[in-house]
Design a protein around this ligand. Sequence first.
Ligand SMILES: [Fe+2]
Length: 298
Amino acid sequence: MKIIENFYIHLTDLIFGTIFAVINKASFSKIFSHKNSSLVTNGYKEFNNKIRLDELNNILEKISERAKNIKNLNLVGSHDITIVGNEPFSLKSLANNDEVNLLNSIAKDIVTSDPDIENYLGVKFDDLDIEITLLANSNKDIVDGKEGSQNFHRDIYHSFWRGIKIFYPYEYQTNDEYGPFTFIPSNIIQRYENPSLKNYSKANLSSIRFDKHPLITNNLDKAIKLKKHQLIAIDTYNCFHSGGFITTTDNFIRIIFQVVVSPPQTPNRFADITTRHISRMFYFFLIRLRNFLRIRRN
Ligand SMILES: [Fe+2]
């Protein structure tokens, strides 16, 4: 039985990897020969080279000072400041154009500093899509439970095979009440595994995603919490993760700098449904198919 399962796992990985390589014009040999990187084995990799981190800290310090001033203005009535990355905590609201340009150039240097990123996606650096954002959020005045990406989930719409996000928690605390970003490596819950929906209601799935699923709760002791000022790349398409939920009543604002690294074919490219209708349908079909073919676990 184990042999058949292993064969099935390798075959589906090969098929989706091949489709991924073809539609992204990625290097087939790169993505399949590069096996020892911890991105491949565990779904994440910490950056060893601290490239341009002083510059990054400098800008993020200014950004967090501005965020604190906004919080002090107490804009709760006009903005829901608990929503991650929303105004007034979006990158555009908190940084000027020069700073955004500098952050973009730092992000590019970070991505190129480790060839594993390029090898993992098999796409030449120039063809990668690099998007920077802030995961900035604050505590709720009245705590009424986690929402959306604060619960455990995979970024299933970002890919159908592999997808990378780089995180740098700047204004950040690891205590649970300060909402640390947590993820489960892909050697713990495997890429080919999906939580079974047998004893898990659809209502649960839409309200708390997989937060209370036994596959998640039984593996929480092996989950990893991001640390402050840790630069790390995570395959958020394959690793379950939760964005964190702040429950303190102080004026804490959590700021994580995020770099989304995508192959050429990303959901963004299909935004115009009039001209890309067929390829868009194909893309979402692949997403559904990949999830369907994952092995269900309780
Ligand atoms: Fe996510």
